[in-house]
Unconditional design. Structure first.
Length: 439
Protein backbone atom coordinates (compact mmCIF):
# COMPACT_ATOMS: atom_id res chain seq x y z
CA UNK A 1 0.00 0.00 0.00
CA UNK A 2 1.54 3.36 -1.04
CA UNK A 3 1.72 6.23 1.44
CA UNK A 4 -0.79 8.09 -0.72
CA UNK A 5 -3.25 5.21 -0.49
CA UNK A 6 -2.67 4.97 3.30
CA UNK A 7 -3.45 8.69 3.68
CA UNK A 8 -6.50 8.33 1.51
CA UNK A 9 -7.74 5.32 3.45
CA UNK A 10 -7.45 7.31 6.70
CA UNK A 11 -9.31 10.16 5.01
CA UNK A 12 -12.00 7.74 4.08
CA UNK A 13 -12.58 6.49 7.57
CA UNK A 14 -13.25 10.13 8.54
CA UNK A 15 -15.58 10.50 5.57
CA UNK A 16 -17.53 7.41 6.61
CA UNK A 17 -18.27 8.85 10.03
CA UNK A 18 -19.78 11.91 8.32
CA UNK A 19 -21.69 9.85 5.79
CA UNK A 20 -24.49 7.67 7.16
CA UNK A 21 -24.59 5.32 4.17
CA UNK A 22 -26.46 2.06 4.26
CA UNK A 23 -24.04 0.30 1.90
CA UNK A 24 -20.40 -0.75 1.95
CA UNK A 25 -17.92 1.84 0.76
CA UNK A 26 -17.39 1.81 -2.97
CA UNK A 27 -14.14 0.14 -3.89
CA UNK A 28 -12.86 3.29 -5.62
CA UNK A 29 -13.08 5.52 -2.59
CA UNK A 30 -9.52 4.90 -1.39
CA UNK A 31 -8.18 7.08 -4.19
CA UNK A 32 -9.95 10.20 -2.99
CA UNK A 33 -7.56 13.07 -2.33
CA UNK A 34 -7.01 13.95 1.30
CA UNK A 35 -9.43 16.40 2.86
CA UNK A 36 -6.61 18.71 3.88
CA UNK A 37 -5.71 19.36 0.23
CA UNK A 38 -9.19 20.27 -0.89
CA UNK A 39 -10.48 23.43 -2.47
CA UNK A 40 -13.56 24.29 -4.43
CA UNK A 41 -12.58 24.56 -8.11
CA UNK A 42 -15.94 25.82 -9.37
CA UNK A 43 -19.63 25.94 -8.56
CA UNK A 44 -19.92 22.72 -10.57
CA UNK A 45 -17.87 20.75 -8.03
CA UNK A 46 -18.75 19.53 -4.55
CA UNK A 47 -17.67 21.77 -1.67
CA UNK A 48 -14.06 21.16 -0.70
CA UNK A 49 -13.20 19.64 -4.07
CA UNK A 50 -9.55 19.20 -4.97
CA UNK A 51 -8.70 18.19 -8.52
CA UNK A 52 -7.32 14.65 -8.69
CA UNK A 53 -3.64 14.29 -9.59
CA UNK A 54 -2.67 12.60 -12.83
CA UNK A 55 -1.59 9.55 -10.81
CA UNK A 56 -5.01 9.42 -9.09
CA UNK A 57 -6.60 9.43 -12.55
CA UNK A 58 -4.23 6.71 -13.79
CA UNK A 59 -5.12 4.59 -10.75
CA UNK A 60 -8.82 5.17 -11.39
CA UNK A 61 -8.36 4.10 -15.02
CA UNK A 62 -6.68 0.85 -13.91
CA UNK A 63 -9.51 0.11 -11.51
CA UNK A 64 -12.15 0.70 -14.15
CA UNK A 65 -10.20 -1.54 -16.54
CA UNK A 66 -10.22 -4.27 -13.87
CA UNK A 67 -13.98 -3.80 -13.46
CA UNK A 68 -14.52 -4.03 -17.22
CA UNK A 69 -12.38 -7.18 -17.55
CA UNK A 70 -14.50 -8.82 -14.85
CA UNK A 71 -17.98 -7.51 -15.67
CA UNK A 72 -18.09 -6.43 -19.34
CA UNK A 73 -16.04 -8.97 -21.33
CA UNK A 74 -16.68 -9.13 -25.09
CA UNK A 75 -19.40 -11.82 -24.64
CA UNK A 76 -21.44 -9.47 -22.42
CA UNK A 77 -20.98 -6.56 -24.86
CA UNK A 78 -21.98 -8.73 -27.84
CA UNK A 79 -24.99 -10.23 -26.04
CA UNK A 80 -26.18 -6.77 -24.96
CA UNK A 81 -26.01 -5.62 -28.60
CA UNK A 82 -27.70 -8.74 -30.02
CA UNK A 83 -30.51 -8.91 -27.47
CA UNK A 84 -31.03 -5.13 -27.33
CA UNK A 85 -31.42 -5.57 -23.57
CA UNK A 86 -29.45 -3.83 -20.86
CA UNK A 87 -28.04 -6.37 -18.36
CA UNK A 88 -30.13 -5.26 -15.36
CA UNK A 89 -27.67 -6.52 -12.74
CA UNK A 90 -25.04 -4.14 -14.14
CA UNK A 91 -26.55 -1.20 -12.20
CA UNK A 92 -25.81 -2.85 -8.87
CA UNK A 93 -22.31 -3.82 -10.04
CA UNK A 94 -21.56 -0.27 -11.20
CA UNK A 95 -22.90 1.03 -7.90
CA UNK A 96 -20.86 -1.40 -5.80
CA UNK A 97 -17.74 -0.36 -7.72
CA UNK A 98 -18.43 3.30 -6.85
CA UNK A 99 -18.79 4.39 -10.46
CA UNK A 100 -22.26 5.93 -10.42
CA UNK A 101 -21.54 9.07 -8.41
CA UNK A 102 -18.14 10.16 -9.69
CA UNK A 103 -19.00 13.90 -9.56
CA UNK A 104 -21.40 13.79 -6.61
CA UNK A 105 -21.01 14.79 -2.96
CA UNK A 106 -19.44 12.23 -0.66
CA UNK A 107 -22.14 12.56 1.99
CA UNK A 108 -24.67 11.04 -0.41
CA UNK A 109 -22.29 8.27 -1.50
CA UNK A 110 -20.48 10.03 -4.34
CA UNK A 111 -16.75 10.24 -4.95
CA UNK A 112 -16.53 13.99 -5.61
CA UNK A 113 -13.71 13.38 -8.09
CA UNK A 114 -14.71 15.78 -10.86
CA UNK A 115 -15.06 15.72 -14.62
CA UNK A 116 -11.66 14.35 -15.67
CA UNK A 117 -12.44 11.30 -13.57
CA UNK A 118 -15.90 11.01 -15.06
CA UNK A 119 -14.38 11.10 -18.56
CA UNK A 120 -11.92 8.34 -17.60
CA UNK A 121 -14.77 6.07 -16.46
CA UNK A 122 -16.87 6.90 -19.52
CA UNK A 123 -13.96 6.21 -21.88
CA UNK A 124 -13.08 2.84 -20.36
CA UNK A 125 -16.71 1.64 -20.21
CA UNK A 126 -17.23 2.72 -23.84
CA UNK A 127 -14.13 0.82 -24.89
CA UNK A 128 -15.84 -2.34 -23.62
CA UNK A 129 -19.44 -1.58 -24.66
CA UNK A 130 -20.74 1.62 -26.22
CA UNK A 131 -24.30 0.92 -25.19
CA UNK A 132 -23.65 0.04 -21.54
CA UNK A 133 -21.56 3.21 -21.33
CA UNK A 134 -24.30 5.35 -22.89
CA UNK A 135 -26.81 4.13 -20.32
CA UNK A 136 -24.19 4.72 -17.65
CA UNK A 137 -23.77 8.35 -18.77
CA UNK A 138 -27.53 8.98 -18.90
CA UNK A 139 -27.70 7.81 -15.29
CA UNK A 140 -24.48 9.24 -13.81
CA UNK A 141 -24.24 12.51 -15.76
CA UNK A 142 -27.67 13.45 -17.11
CA UNK A 143 -29.54 12.40 -13.96
CA UNK A 144 -27.12 12.17 -11.00
CA UNK A 145 -24.98 15.17 -11.91
CA UNK A 146 -27.99 17.29 -12.80
CA UNK A 147 -29.41 16.56 -9.31
CA UNK A 148 -26.00 17.24 -7.81
CA UNK A 149 -25.83 20.66 -9.50
CA UNK A 150 -29.43 21.79 -9.06
CA UNK A 151 -30.99 19.77 -6.23
CA UNK A 152 -31.72 21.19 -2.80
CA UNK A 153 -30.00 19.52 0.18
CA UNK A 154 -33.22 17.59 0.85
CA UNK A 155 -33.57 16.45 -2.77
CA UNK A 156 -29.96 15.28 -2.87
CA UNK A 157 -30.27 13.40 0.43
CA UNK A 158 -33.50 11.79 -0.73
CA UNK A 159 -32.66 10.78 -4.29
CA UNK A 160 -28.90 10.50 -4.74
CA UNK A 161 -27.96 7.62 -2.36
CA UNK A 162 -30.17 5.07 -4.16
CA UNK A 163 -29.09 6.28 -7.62
CA UNK A 164 -25.40 6.20 -6.68
CA UNK A 165 -25.70 2.76 -5.10
CA UNK A 166 -27.35 1.38 -8.27
CA UNK A 167 -30.58 0.54 -6.46
CA UNK A 168 -32.48 2.94 -8.71
CA UNK A 169 -32.07 3.83 -12.39
CA UNK A 170 -32.02 7.44 -13.57
CA UNK A 171 -32.80 9.21 -16.85
CA UNK A 172 -33.36 12.66 -18.27
CA UNK A 173 -36.25 13.49 -20.60
CA UNK A 174 -36.03 16.64 -22.67
CA UNK A 175 -36.58 15.62 -26.32
CA UNK A 176 -39.99 15.07 -27.89
CA UNK A 177 -40.89 13.66 -31.28
CA UNK A 178 -41.63 17.20 -32.51
CA UNK A 179 -38.80 18.97 -30.67
CA UNK A 180 -35.28 17.59 -30.73
CA UNK A 181 -32.73 20.25 -31.70
CA UNK A 182 -35.35 22.93 -31.03
CA UNK A 183 -35.94 21.73 -27.50
CA UNK A 184 -37.62 24.93 -26.30
CA UNK A 185 -40.56 24.13 -28.60
CA UNK A 186 -41.50 21.18 -26.35
CA UNK A 187 -45.21 20.56 -25.81
CA UNK A 188 -45.26 18.63 -22.52
CA UNK A 189 -47.21 20.77 -20.03
CA UNK A 190 -47.26 20.97 -16.24
CA UNK A 191 -50.29 22.60 -14.66
CA UNK A 192 -50.18 23.65 -11.03
CA UNK A 193 -52.64 21.88 -8.75
CA UNK A 194 -53.01 21.45 -4.99
CA UNK A 195 -49.65 20.28 -3.60
CA UNK A 196 -47.83 20.17 -6.91
CA UNK A 197 -48.15 19.90 -10.69
CA UNK A 198 -49.87 17.59 -13.17
CA UNK A 199 -47.64 16.64 -16.13
CA UNK A 200 -49.11 15.74 -19.50
CA UNK A 201 -47.29 15.02 -22.75
CA UNK A 202 -44.77 12.62 -24.24
CA UNK A 203 -41.00 12.32 -24.52
CA UNK A 204 -39.02 10.56 -27.21
CA UNK A 205 -35.61 8.78 -27.44
CA UNK A 206 -35.14 8.68 -23.66
CA UNK A 207 -32.07 6.67 -22.66
CA UNK A 208 -32.91 4.33 -19.73
CA UNK A 209 -36.54 5.51 -20.08
CA UNK A 210 -37.97 1.97 -20.13
CA UNK A 211 -36.16 1.07 -16.86
CA UNK A 212 -36.02 4.38 -15.02
CA UNK A 213 -37.19 4.85 -11.44
CA UNK A 214 -36.39 8.56 -11.47
CA UNK A 215 -36.58 10.83 -14.51
CA UNK A 216 -35.71 14.49 -14.72
CA UNK A 217 -38.48 15.78 -16.99
CA UNK A 218 -38.70 19.21 -18.59
CA UNK A 219 -42.17 20.65 -19.15
CA UNK A 220 -43.82 23.96 -20.00
CA UNK A 221 -45.27 25.66 -16.93
CA UNK A 222 -45.93 28.93 -18.79
CA UNK A 223 -46.52 27.89 -22.39
CA UNK A 224 -46.58 31.45 -23.77
CA UNK A 225 -43.28 32.45 -22.17
CA UNK A 226 -40.98 30.49 -24.50
CA UNK A 227 -37.66 29.68 -22.85
CA UNK A 228 -38.77 31.47 -19.66
CA UNK A 229 -41.72 29.14 -19.13
CA UNK A 230 -40.03 25.74 -18.73
CA UNK A 231 -39.54 23.89 -15.42
CA UNK A 232 -37.53 20.79 -14.52
CA UNK A 233 -39.26 18.10 -12.44
CA UNK A 234 -38.02 14.97 -10.69
CA UNK A 235 -40.55 12.29 -11.60
CA UNK A 236 -40.62 9.18 -9.43
CA UNK A 237 -42.11 6.67 -11.87
CA UNK A 238 -43.01 4.23 -9.04
CA UNK A 239 -44.91 6.79 -6.93
CA UNK A 240 -48.67 6.57 -6.32
CA UNK A 241 -49.28 9.75 -8.30
CA UNK A 242 -47.42 8.37 -11.36
CA UNK A 243 -50.17 5.98 -12.51
CA UNK A 244 -50.45 8.07 -15.68
CA UNK A 245 -46.83 7.35 -16.59
CA UNK A 246 -46.21 4.69 -19.24
CA UNK A 247 -43.46 3.45 -21.53
CA UNK A 248 -45.20 3.55 -24.89
CA UNK A 249 -42.45 1.55 -26.58
CA UNK A 250 -38.82 0.58 -26.43
CA UNK A 251 -37.01 1.68 -29.59
CA UNK A 252 -35.35 -0.77 -31.97
CA UNK A 253 -32.15 1.10 -32.86
CA UNK A 254 -29.35 0.50 -35.39
CA UNK A 255 -26.71 0.92 -32.68
CA UNK A 256 -26.34 1.46 -28.95
CA UNK A 257 -28.46 -1.65 -28.74
CA UNK A 258 -29.07 -2.69 -25.18
CA UNK A 259 -28.98 0.89 -24.00
CA UNK A 260 -32.72 0.84 -23.53
CA UNK A 261 -34.26 3.87 -25.23
CA UNK A 262 -37.95 4.65 -24.90
CA UNK A 263 -40.89 6.77 -25.85
CA UNK A 264 -42.61 7.86 -22.65
CA UNK A 265 -46.10 9.11 -21.98
CA UNK A 266 -47.25 11.30 -19.09
CA UNK A 267 -50.99 11.54 -18.56
CA UNK A 268 -51.76 13.80 -15.59
CA UNK A 269 -48.77 12.52 -13.62
CA UNK A 270 -48.74 14.20 -10.19
CA UNK A 271 -45.42 15.73 -9.15
CA UNK A 272 -45.30 17.31 -5.67
CA UNK A 273 -43.81 20.78 -5.20
CA UNK A 274 -40.88 19.17 -3.38
CA UNK A 275 -39.89 17.49 -6.67
CA UNK A 276 -39.40 20.70 -8.65
CA UNK A 277 -35.71 20.87 -9.65
CA UNK A 278 -34.45 24.46 -9.62
CA UNK A 279 -36.79 27.44 -9.86
CA UNK A 280 -40.29 27.22 -11.39
CA UNK A 281 -39.96 28.60 -14.96
CA UNK A 282 -36.17 28.40 -14.55
CA UNK A 283 -35.83 25.03 -16.29
CA UNK A 284 -33.94 26.31 -19.30
CA UNK A 285 -31.12 27.53 -17.07
CA UNK A 286 -31.02 24.07 -15.42
CA UNK A 287 -31.01 22.50 -18.87
CA UNK A 288 -28.41 24.75 -20.48
CA UNK A 289 -26.06 24.70 -17.49
CA UNK A 290 -26.03 20.91 -17.64
CA UNK A 291 -25.44 20.79 -21.40
CA UNK A 292 -21.79 21.93 -21.47
CA UNK A 293 -20.74 19.32 -18.92
CA UNK A 294 -22.95 16.71 -20.55
CA UNK A 295 -21.20 17.29 -23.89
CA UNK A 296 -17.81 17.12 -22.19
CA UNK A 297 -18.41 13.83 -20.35
CA UNK A 298 -20.13 12.27 -23.37
CA UNK A 299 -17.13 13.20 -25.56
CA UNK A 300 -15.26 10.43 -23.74
CA UNK A 301 -17.70 7.90 -25.27
CA UNK A 302 -16.25 8.22 -28.80
CA UNK A 303 -12.74 8.05 -27.30
CA UNK A 304 -13.49 4.61 -25.90
CA UNK A 305 -15.01 3.52 -29.21
CA UNK A 306 -11.92 4.67 -31.15
CA UNK A 307 -9.72 2.73 -28.75
CA UNK A 308 -11.99 -0.29 -29.21
CA UNK A 309 -11.58 0.01 -33.00
CA UNK A 310 -7.78 -0.01 -32.59
CA UNK A 311 -8.02 -2.93 -30.13
CA UNK A 312 -9.67 -4.92 -32.94
CA UNK A 313 -7.74 -3.62 -35.95
CA UNK A 314 -4.15 -3.71 -34.67
CA UNK A 315 -3.90 -7.42 -33.78
CA UNK A 316 -5.91 -8.36 -36.88
CA UNK A 317 -3.65 -6.37 -39.22
CA UNK A 318 -0.57 -8.01 -37.74
CA UNK A 319 -1.86 -11.57 -37.86
CA UNK A 320 -3.84 -11.63 -41.12
CA UNK A 321 -1.56 -12.47 -44.06
CA UNK A 322 -2.23 -11.87 -47.73
CA UNK A 323 0.37 -12.22 -50.47
CA UNK A 324 2.48 -13.93 -47.78
CA UNK A 325 2.73 -10.70 -45.73
CA UNK A 326 0.87 -9.43 -42.64
CA UNK A 327 -1.57 -6.85 -44.04
CA UNK A 328 -0.36 -4.37 -41.39
CA UNK A 329 2.88 -4.13 -43.38
CA UNK A 330 1.12 -2.82 -46.50
CA UNK A 331 1.39 0.96 -46.64
CA UNK A 332 -2.32 1.55 -47.34
CA UNK A 333 -3.20 -0.36 -44.14
CA UNK A 334 -0.41 1.34 -42.16
CA UNK A 335 -1.85 4.68 -43.25
CA UNK A 336 -5.30 3.77 -41.93
CA UNK A 337 -3.87 2.56 -38.60
CA UNK A 338 -1.78 5.72 -38.27
CA UNK A 339 -4.81 7.92 -39.02
CA UNK A 340 -6.96 6.03 -36.49
CA UNK A 341 -4.32 6.39 -33.80
CA UNK A 342 -3.75 10.08 -34.51
CA UNK A 343 -7.47 10.88 -34.49
CA UNK A 344 -7.86 9.09 -31.15
CA UNK A 345 -4.90 10.86 -29.54
CA UNK A 346 -5.95 14.30 -30.83
CA UNK A 347 -9.52 13.77 -29.60
CA UNK A 348 -8.27 12.45 -26.26
CA UNK A 349 -6.06 15.50 -25.74
CA UNK A 350 -8.95 17.87 -26.51
CA UNK A 351 -11.39 16.14 -24.13
CA UNK A 352 -8.98 15.84 -21.23
CA UNK A 353 -7.56 19.38 -21.64
CA UNK A 354 -11.14 20.71 -21.52
CA UNK A 355 -11.98 18.56 -18.48
CA UNK A 356 -8.78 19.60 -16.72
CA UNK A 357 -9.63 23.27 -17.22
CA UNK A 358 -13.01 22.60 -15.59
CA UNK A 359 -11.51 20.72 -12.64
CA UNK A 360 -8.37 22.77 -12.05
CA UNK A 361 -9.37 26.29 -13.07
CA UNK A 362 -13.16 26.15 -12.81
CA UNK A 363 -13.38 27.24 -16.46
CA UNK A 364 -16.24 25.76 -18.50
CA UNK A 365 -15.79 26.94 -22.08
CA UNK A 366 -18.87 26.29 -24.20
CA UNK A 367 -16.79 26.29 -27.41
CA UNK A 368 -14.58 23.49 -26.09
CA UNK A 369 -17.29 21.32 -24.50
CA UNK A 370 -19.14 21.37 -27.83
CA UNK A 371 -15.88 21.19 -29.81
CA UNK A 372 -14.55 18.16 -27.94
CA UNK A 373 -17.63 16.04 -28.66
CA UNK A 374 -18.06 17.39 -32.20
CA UNK A 375 -14.49 16.43 -33.06
CA UNK A 376 -14.37 13.08 -31.24
CA UNK A 377 -17.77 11.92 -32.51
CA UNK A 378 -16.97 12.44 -36.19
CA UNK A 379 -13.49 10.93 -35.79
CA UNK A 380 -14.98 7.86 -34.06
CA UNK A 381 -17.26 7.13 -37.02
CA UNK A 382 -14.25 7.45 -39.36
CA UNK A 383 -12.12 5.16 -37.17
CA UNK A 384 -14.89 2.55 -37.03
CA UNK A 385 -15.20 2.62 -40.83
CA UNK A 386 -11.41 2.22 -41.18
CA UNK A 387 -11.53 -0.69 -38.74
CA UNK A 388 -14.13 -2.44 -40.92
CA UNK A 389 -12.02 -1.81 -44.03
CA UNK A 390 -8.91 -3.25 -42.38
CA UNK A 391 -10.82 -6.38 -41.42
CA UNK A 392 -12.13 -6.84 -44.99
CA UNK A 393 -14.92 -9.43 -45.23
CA UNK A 394 -14.66 -10.23 -41.51
CA UNK A 395 -15.33 -6.57 -40.76
CA UNK A 396 -18.63 -6.83 -42.58
CA UNK A 397 -19.86 -9.75 -40.45
CA UNK A 398 -21.38 -9.69 -37.00
CA UNK A 399 -18.75 -12.24 -35.89
CA UNK A 400 -16.39 -9.37 -35.11
CA UNK A 401 -17.19 -6.27 -32.98
CA UNK A 402 -16.27 -3.82 -35.79
CA UNK A 403 -19.82 -3.32 -37.05
CA UNK A 404 -21.11 -2.80 -33.51
CA UNK A 405 -18.44 -0.13 -32.94
CA UNK A 406 -19.53 1.69 -36.12
CA UNK A 407 -23.23 1.49 -35.25
CA UNK A 408 -22.53 2.73 -31.71
CA UNK A 409 -20.17 5.51 -32.85
CA UNK A 410 -22.71 7.06 -35.22
CA UNK A 411 -24.98 7.88 -32.27
CA UNK A 412 -22.52 10.46 -30.98
CA UNK A 413 -23.08 12.60 -34.09
CA UNK A 414 -26.81 12.72 -33.21
CA UNK A 415 -27.53 12.14 -29.51
CA UNK A 416 -26.96 14.92 -26.94
CA UNK A 417 -27.25 17.42 -29.82
CA UNK A 418 -26.27 16.80 -33.43
CA UNK A 419 -22.97 17.77 -35.08
CA UNK A 420 -24.78 20.60 -36.85
CA UNK A 421 -26.13 21.97 -33.58
CA UNK A 422 -22.66 21.69 -31.97
CA UNK A 423 -21.20 23.76 -34.82
CA UNK A 424 -24.02 26.23 -34.28
CA UNK A 425 -23.26 26.38 -30.53
CA UNK A 426 -19.59 27.13 -31.21
CA UNK A 427 -20.49 29.71 -33.86
CA UNK A 428 -22.93 31.44 -31.51
CA UNK A 429 -20.34 31.53 -28.73
CA UNK A 430 -18.02 33.39 -31.12
CA UNK A 431 -20.88 35.69 -32.17
CA UNK A 432 -21.33 36.66 -28.52
CA UNK A 433 -17.61 37.25 -28.04
CA UNK A 434 -17.31 39.43 -31.13
CA UNK A 435 -20.72 41.12 -30.88
CA UNK A 436 -19.04 44.49 -30.22
CA UNK A 437 -17.52 44.41 -33.72
CA UNK A 438 -20.88 44.00 -35.44
CA UNK A 439 -22.50 47.12 -33.88
C1 LIG B 1 -29.97 6.73 -28.95
C2 LIG B 1 -30.48 8.08 -28.56
C3 LIG B 1 -30.51 8.41 -27.22
C4 LIG B 1 -31.04 9.65 -26.82
N1 LIG B 1 -31.16 9.92 -25.47
C5 LIG B 1 -31.82 11.04 -25.08
C6 LIG B 1 -32.10 11.25 -23.69
O1 LIG B 1 -31.71 10.45 -22.81
N2 LIG B 1 -32.82 12.34 -23.34
C7 LIG B 1 -33.27 13.24 -24.28
O2 LIG B 1 -33.92 14.19 -23.88
N3 LIG B 1 -33.01 13.06 -25.60
C8 LIG B 1 -32.32 11.98 -26.02
N4 LIG B 1 -32.07 11.77 -27.37
C9 LIG B 1 -32.58 12.73 -28.34
C10 LIG B 1 -31.49 13.53 -29.03
O3 LIG B 1 -30.96 14.49 -28.16
C11 LIG B 1 -32.10 14.13 -30.31
O4 LIG B 1 -32.34 13.05 -31.20
C12 LIG B 1 -31.19 15.15 -30.94
O5 LIG B 1 -31.12 16.31 -30.15
C13 LIG B 1 -31.66 15.54 -32.35
O6 LIG B 1 -33.02 15.86 -32.38
P1 LIG B 1 -33.97 15.21 -33.51
O7 LIG B 1 -33.74 13.76 -33.51
O8 LIG B 1 -35.34 15.70 -33.31
O9 LIG B 1 -33.40 15.77 -34.87
P2 LIG B 1 -33.83 17.14 -35.58
O10 LIG B 1 -33.73 18.25 -34.62
O11 LIG B 1 -35.12 16.92 -36.28
O12 LIG B 1 -32.67 17.30 -36.67
C14 LIG B 1 -32.69 16.62 -37.92
C15 LIG B 1 -31.50 17.13 -38.74
O13 LIG B 1 -31.63 18.56 -38.93
C16 LIG B 1 -30.49 19.23 -38.43
N5 LIG B 1 -30.85 20.52 -37.84
C17 LIG B 1 -31.83 20.78 -36.94
N6 LIG B 1 -31.82 22.09 -36.62
C18 LIG B 1 -30.84 22.66 -37.36
C19 LIG B 1 -30.34 24.00 -37.49
N7 LIG B 1 -30.84 25.02 -36.80
N8 LIG B 1 -29.29 24.21 -38.34
C20 LIG B 1 -28.75 23.18 -39.05
N9 LIG B 1 -29.19 21.91 -38.98
C21 LIG B 1 -30.23 21.66 -38.13
C22 LIG B 1 -29.93 18.28 -37.37
O14 LIG B 1 -28.57 18.54 -37.13
C23 LIG B 1 -30.17 16.92 -38.00
O15 LIG B 1 -29.16 16.64 -38.94
C24 LIG B 1 -31.49 10.57 -27.78
C25 LIG B 1 -31.40 10.25 -29.15
C26 LIG B 1 -30.91 9.02 -29.53
C27 LIG B 1 -30.86 8.68 -31.00
Amino acid sequence: MSSLTRTLSRTLSRTVVRAPLSRPLPSLQPILPSLSQRRNASSKHPKGFTPPSQSDLAELRERVQDFVRREIPEEVAAATDKSNNFPADMWQKLGDAGLLGITADEDVGGLGMGYQAHCVVMEELSRASGSIALSYAAHSQLCVNQLQLNGTAEQKARFLPDLIAGRKVGALAMSESGSGSDVVSMRTRAVETEGGFLLTGSKMWITNGPDADLIIVYAKTKPDAGSKGITAFIVDTRAEGSKGFAVLRKLDKMGMRGSNTGELVFDNVFVPHSHVLGPVNGGVRVLMEGLDLERLVLSAGPLGLMQAALDVALPYAHSRKQFGTPIGQFQFIQGKLADMYTKLQASRSYTYATARAVDEDGVIRTHDCAGAILYAAERATECALDCIQILGGMGYTEDMPASRILRDAKLYEIGAGTSEVRRMVIGRAFNREYAHLSQ
